[in-house]
Design a binder for this molecule. Structure first.
Ligand code: SF4
Length: 288
């Protein structure tokens, strides 16, 4: 492949080496993996999370002190999620890790399709993200997991940074940087790898892939930002890395550079929350 941002042309072997080098460097620099960790990979069945599970089990194949499991969430999206979940199960089986699947329907009594049918003002992704995080956090604790690995790649991270710049949301920008004591720590080993490279890596690794897309994705603000970023990257290669590096320099000046205040507990469910009632409980209440 031609890496336009670096000027390199890479053959298959060197491309794989380059992607894994970025992942290992990111994990090392941020001390993502520690002795004795039990790591849950949030597995959707898509290319990114499947590639992440493959990489982690490959990179740490000789580390008997580490334990990997896969957690999947069925949000209840007709015509989409069943296909990717089926793939997620196959992928977990292929890489020899235990697979756990939980659903909105069982946990909350409604699906994401039910939420969308109510025509709330916010985009489906807003509800989806909050509820999925709730399930993953709760189940990770029940399973005795010490870290949750998510497959956010460079594109995802840069989109989040830009969304928060555009909204002027300094608090969320600051939250992107670090861990909060109240939650099971999240790690993002793919954060320095462009989405396109994760996709090529997954193909080369022979990971089973499904070619379906969430019907709600295009309704989100993220989708608009994604299209814009891809267009700028096409015309000016290296833009995504430049936004990321700029954010990393800027983030040392954000308020979170000072000690964090401890979050309160939600009055309903007891989860850590910045407000009296957490966002997940607010949605559950709305759906009643
Ligand atoms: Fe959920 Fe949005 Fe992802 Fe679809 S695109 S699965 S609605 S977060």
């Amino acid at each position: 492949m031609q890496q336009r941002y670096s000027g390199l042309h890479l053959c298959e072997a060197h491309f794989i080496e380059d992607v894994e080098r970025k992942v290992k460097r990111e994990m090392r620099q941020r001390s993502m993996v520690e002795r004795g960790d039990k790591i849950a990979v949030a597995l959707s069945g898509g290319k990114d999370s499947a590639a992440l599970l493959y990489m982690l089990t490959r990179i740490f194949q000789n580390r008997s002190d580490l334990n990997f499991v896969a957690i999947a969430v069925d949000e209840g999206i007709h015509g989409y999620r069943a296909l990717t979940l089926n793939n997620a199960e196959q992928v977990a089986k292929k890489f020899g890790v235990d697979f756990y699947c939980f659903s909105f329907a069982e946990e909350f009594g409604f699906t994401l399709d039910d939420v969308v049918a109510r025509n709330f003002e916010q985009a489906p992704c807003t509800f989806c993200g909050i509820l999925r995080r709730r399930i993953v956090e709760r189940k990770a604790r029940e399973l005795g997991v010490t870290k949750v690995a998510t497959a956010h790649n460079l594109d995802d991270e840069v989109q989040t940074i830009l969304i928060n710049y555009i909204r002027g949301d300094i608090e969320r920008l600051e939250r992107l940087r670090g861990r909060r004591e109240e939650f099971v720590p999240r790690i993002k080993p793919l954060r320095d790898v462009p989405e396109k490279e994760v996709a090529i890596y997954a193909l080369l690794a022979g990971i089973p892939l499904v070619n379906v897309f969430c019907p709600y994705a295009s309704r989100s603000f993220r989708f608009t930002v994604k299209k814009m970023l891809n267009e700028v990257e096409r015309k000016h290669p290296g833009t995504k890395y430049s936004v990321m590096r700029g954010y990393e320099r800027l983030s040392t000046f954000l308020p979170g550079a000072q000690p964090e205040r401890t979050l309160a507990r939600c009055e309903r469910c007891g989860a850590a929350s910045a407000s009296r009632i957490c966002k997940a409980c607010e949605i559950i209440e709305l759906m009643k």
